[in-house]
Design a protein. Sequence first.
Length: 117
Amino acid sequence: VQLQASGGGSVQAGGSLRLSCAASGRVFSGDIWGWYRQSAGKQRELVASVTSGGTTNYADFVKGRFTISRHNGLNTMDLQMNGLKPEDAAVYYCNTKRVYTPTYNYWGRGTQVTVSS
């Protein structure tokens, strides 16, 4: 399975971006899709995740600003980012993982988000 992330770019503070992630290959229900980010000198951190049943989880620093969604039939996932702040600038990675058999943990190549003040 390969994950392809897209939609990154440069915006001013307060602006919006929409990231998308598409999976090629077979994925299974019961997995969790998520967006992570990593900025220079920091560890990769979870931004938001969504289960195949639609349960979402957000990091406190994006609650109320970001919305994650997935489209199971299309094997795609989006992250709508509103009210972007300079501290949101990072490389964003999409991920899908499954802890039940068959287990897997796939990462996409990151997409850069730059936010200017």
